[in-house]
Design a protein around this ligand. Structure first.
Ligand code: SF4
Ligand code: FES
Length: 216
């Protein structure tokens, strides 16, 4: 229905989307690429990495917003690639490198946003807190066996109280969706085997696709 369509302008190009769609979705539908690190089409957007920032003008007000969580509004004007936006993205990726300097996904993002030198000291963390594993477990599997613990730099993904989960079904969706490719069920559950609702299972990693699976 026409009333459900919203017209916006992205990088000078007239774009149309359905009410409720995000700026990121409409941009991608029109061939405009915006970098993302915590977005997955199968998951509810979380807006946690901020690498997808764009400049959004509505009326007289211009703001820098995460495109993956910003719904389109009639008459919106969006700029995805200004110097200001590139600078914000470089800062975002610099901070991610400060936490996880060795992750390929972050190194690739640094290359993409043109970050050559990190002004921050870097550490060798293996999780950049995108939350995809947590959302996948809750939204796709419908279980919610993992979540975030602690705050700030001490945040980590764990099973509740860091003990064996009594609800995990051992499907490995969390490990498979992790863009860092460092998430392992062993790490989250602090052991190679765990008790699942199907009984005690061992965890294996496929040597071809590198995804996890469980077996007796
Ligand atoms: S373990 Fe992987 S999927 Fe989960 S929050 Fe960390 S980087 Fe993201
Ligand atoms: S992709 Fe939008 S905040 Fe991460």
């Amino acid at each position: 229905m026409a009333a459900d369509r919203v017209n916006i302008v992205i990088d000078g190009k007239r774009c149309s989307g359905l009410r409720g769609q995000t700026v990121l979705e409409v941009a991608r539908d029109h061939g405009i690429d915006i970098p993302t690190l915590c977005h997955h089409e199968a998951l509810t957007p979380a807006g946690s990495c901020r690498v997808c920032v764009v400049e959004v003008t509505l009326g007289k007000r211009t703001r820098t917003m995460a495109s993956c969580v910003t719904p389109i509004e009639q008459g919106m004007k969006v700029v995805t690639d200004s110097e200001k936006i590139r600078s914000v993205r470089r800062m975002v990726v610099a901070l991610l490198l400060a936490r996880c300097r060795d992750l390929d996904v972050i190194k690739q993002a640094a290359k993409r946003v043109g970050l050559k030198k990190n002004p921050f000291p870097e550490e060798d963390g293996d999780c950049f807190l995108c939350g995809m594993c947590v959302r996948a477990c809750s939204e796709i599997v419908g279980v919610g066996a993992i979540g975030f613990a602690n705050r700030g730099p001490d945040s980590e993904v764990v099973s509740p109280f860091s003990v064996e989960s009594s609800v995990c079904i051992g499907c490995g969706t969390c490990a498979t969706i992790c863009p860092a490719r460092t998430f392992t069920l062993e790490k989250v559950f602090k052991r190679r085997s765990m008790h699942t609702t199907g009984g005690k299972r061992d965890i294996f990693r496929c040597t071809v696709c590198e995804n996890h699976y469980t077996g007796a």
